[in-house]
Each structure stands twice: as C-alpha cells, then as structure tokens.
Ligand binder design. Structure first.
Ligand code: SF4
Length: 413
C-alpha cells in the first residue's frame, strides 16, 4: 500500500483545474436481450432460455440516437442471443441509419444453412451501402457453446462458409471473427478446421486470422463455478488491460449502464440506468473516473500492483471524482516519474513466481504462509482462481483461515 498512500498524498495538494482531458465513450455495447437458446456453463451474464430481460425497440432506438449524437463510432449488439430479439433487424437498421458501425455477436443457433446467412446479409445490403459503415459478426465457437444442443458445430461451419464467400466476393462491408473461450483440452477449434479443410481448403489461412481466443480466466458470471482444472494460467490477463482513451460502455438488458475496462470488471462502476440517465449524462459521470487517465500514464504496463485490488481502484476513483483528490498536468508528470521509480521497487516478479509454487508443491505451513503474503502483495486476479482451488484442497485450519482472509480482502467475483 506504500505507493497508493504516496499517490493519494501527492494528489491531495493540487487543484482540480488542469486535469487531463475527459474519457470518451468510443463504443456502446448493448445487451439487447438476456434470453438465449443456450445455458452455457461459462456464460458471463447468466443467460438462459428462461431469462426475460430485454431492451425494447423504442429504448434501443433512443440509445442508438444518443450514441450517434455523441459521435461514437461503433455499437456492439449482443446478449444473450440477439437473434432471439424480435426487433433485431429494426435495431440494426437504426444503427445503420445513424451511420454507426455494428459489431454483432451470435452463437449461430439460427444458421441451419449458409443460405440463411446470405438471406440475412442480403436484407441488410442496401442499408449497409447507404451507411458506408461495416458490419462485423462475432461468432462463438468452443466446447462450452458446442456442448449445447441448439448450437452444434455444423451451424458454425455454415456460418463461416457463408461469410467466407461474402469476404471473398468483397462486395459487402461484412466481416467476422470467431470468439473461442479457451479452456483446457478443448478440441472444438481443431474439429472446426478439420471440417473446413475439406470444404474450403483455400480459405483456411484467412479463417485462422479471425480466431480470438479468450482465456477462461477472464470470464465472470457462471464461469465462477468452472473447475480450476479447466483453467489455463494466463499471467498477462488482468483487469487493467486494454486501457485506452476511448472506452466501452455496457448497457445490460435491464438497462444498467456499466463502465468497465474489460470483462473481469463487468459488475463494477455501475453508473445508473439508461431509463433514467442519458448517454451524454453517463459520459459526464465517466469523465470523473479519472483514475483511468492516471493509469494510462503507463500504457505499456498491464499490471500495476498497488491498483490490483478493486476496492483501492474504487476508493481512489471515487475520491478523484468527488474532488477529494486533486490533480494537474504537473502532478501527472510527477506521478509518471513516481510510478517508474516505484515500478522498479515493486518488480517482484521473481518473488511472485517463487510464491506461486504454493499451487504446485505442498510446502510446510510457515513457507506456505510466507508465500501467501507475497501473493497478497504482488499477485494479480489470476491468483484468485488458484487460491480458491488451494482452499478446497487444504485441510490445515490456519492456512485455510489465511487463504480465506486474503480472498475476503480482495474483490471477489
Ligand atoms: S455464453 Fe453466449 S450462447 Fe452461451 S448462454 Fe451465454 S449468451 Fe448464450
């Protein structure tokens, strides 16, 4: 906590006036419906066929209009499964009327043949041509999705066949990405390619570039219950990745406006509800979340230890937003200097790596407690998964108590 306290002290002496430019919403991510054909074991937002929350057309149109008014350059439509929303086409048409690029997520349940996709794209073609913006599909493909009866692998194959044909023709501004949540021993992508190699061998190199693997560590929601045996350790993934001046704002199917840096933070920084708060108002509130500008001082560094605990992030952010902590361009530079110095002081990667042996070995109680302390000081969010697993395996009451105490003082999801 040394650095945290130092920064708080440094910031407290400066007036608010010259703080760096406000954050800007670059993308609005709209969960059109929470309902889904599936109930995937890793779903970050507990979607299911029974879920009922959805954004109705008039509200969706209002949101899109506000987003366009703020000159945001794209909008993401997702769910649940957006193709279950009865007004999906109207929503997309509204985005295109406002010349907003669209990113559209789907699990491909509706893709019973390549022709269904062609028909859908053909319907949108005139609107896309008039808008001059892109439509990018994000199709899910991994063992969690393909275990579900509504989304057999065949649907993903059909989807890719149709989209590759469109991409090769190059006449429509439509493209796609494959999103695959990565867990251990998942052969779904291999199976996908073995089918595609037979059907469209000349497109394989193009398709490979469209795969985005998402580590299971980055999932929240139902993924909390996934066995740690599924987890691939990803040392670089953490909550403060993907910092940029343009940020994404999420609107849930219940209308909650959520500001988060990435999926891990899905439930933090709720700003209000879109039924009561407009997007321009939300953007105004966001510009108070100045901590993220501070963190941008160090864009190359994904993980910065003193900020790793969300409680600290929330505390310092709220303090800055409320004016209790103050800042100027001058202090910004001073903090940048301070961070570089302290980063050296805080470079504990060797110690951390040693401490993480606790997940593999069964050290004596004293060594285990010492390692736990190092993890507490220098660990990142991935350690939460490993600590929870360790808690399940450990019988020693003292060690269990220590692990539980560590988990309790860290943002828990
Ligand atoms: S992960 Fe996607 S397909 Fe699966 S239940 Fe959630 S929203 Fe539906």
């Amino acid at each position: 906590m040394y650095l945290y306290q130092t920064i708080v002290k440094e910031l407290a002496d400066y007036p608010l006036d010259y703080f760096v430019s406000p954050l800007r919403i670059g993308c609005v991510s709209l969960m059109l419906t929470k309902r889904c054909t599936n109930q995937c074991g890793h779903c970050c937002n507990y979607s299911s066929p029974q879920a009922t929350e959805q954004i109705d057309l008039p509200l969706a149109e209002k949101i899109i209009e506000q987003a366009a008014g703020l000159k945001h350059y794209n909008i993401q439509i997702w769910g649940g499964e957006p193709f279950l929303h009865k007004n999906l086409f109207e929503v997309l048409a509204c985005c295109l009327r406002h010349k907003l690029g669209v990113r559209l997520n789907t699990n491909a349940f509706w893709v019973s043949s390549p022709q269904v996709v062609r028909d859908f794209i053909n319907k949108l073609k005139p609107l896309l041509a008039a808008a001059g913006v892109d439509l990018v599909f994000f199709v899910s493909c991994d063992k969690f999705h393909q275990q579900q009866p509504a989304t057999p692998l065949e649907n993903v194959v059909n989807f890719i066949l149709a989209l590759e044909e469109e991409c090769a023709a190059g006449t429509t501004p439509v493209s796609y990405n494959i999103v695959s949540v990565k867990a251990r021993e998942d052969t779904t992508i291999d199976e996908l390619f073995s089918v595609l190699r037979k059907k469209i061998p000349d497109r394989i190199s193009s398709i490979i570039k469209k795969i985005n693997f998402v580590p299971i560590e980055n999932s929240v929601g139902r993924a909390k219950t996934i066995s740690s045996a599924e987890i691939n350790y990803a040392p670089q993934g953490n909550a403060l990745a993907d910092l940029s001046q343009d940020i994404t704002i999420y609107i849930s199917a219940a209308g909650n406006i959520i500001f988060s840096e990435n999926w891990i933070g899905d439930n933090i920084f709720p700003l209000g509800n879109i039924k009561e708060m407009s997007l321009p108002e939300a953007e105004k509130v966001l510009s108070g979340q100045r901590l993220f500008k501070l963190l941008q001082l160090h864009p190359a560094k994904y993980s910065f230890y003193p900020f790793r605990k969300y409680v600290d992030v929330l505390e310092i952010t709220n303090s800055i937003a409320s004016g209790r902590l103050k800042n100027t361009m001058i202090i910004r530079d001073r903090i940048a200097g301070l961070m570089q110095i302290t980063e050296k002081q805080f470079d504990k990667s060797a110690e951390l790596s040693q401490a993480r042996q606790i997940y593999v070995d069964q050290p004596d109680i004293q060594t285990a407690r010492k390692n736990l302390h190092s993890i507490d000081l220098y660990g990142d969010l991935s350690d939460l998964f490993y600590l929870k697993n360790l808690l399940r395996q450990t019988t020693d009451a003292v060690l269990r108590q220590d692990i539980q105490a560590l988990l309790d003082t860290t943002y828990s999801y």
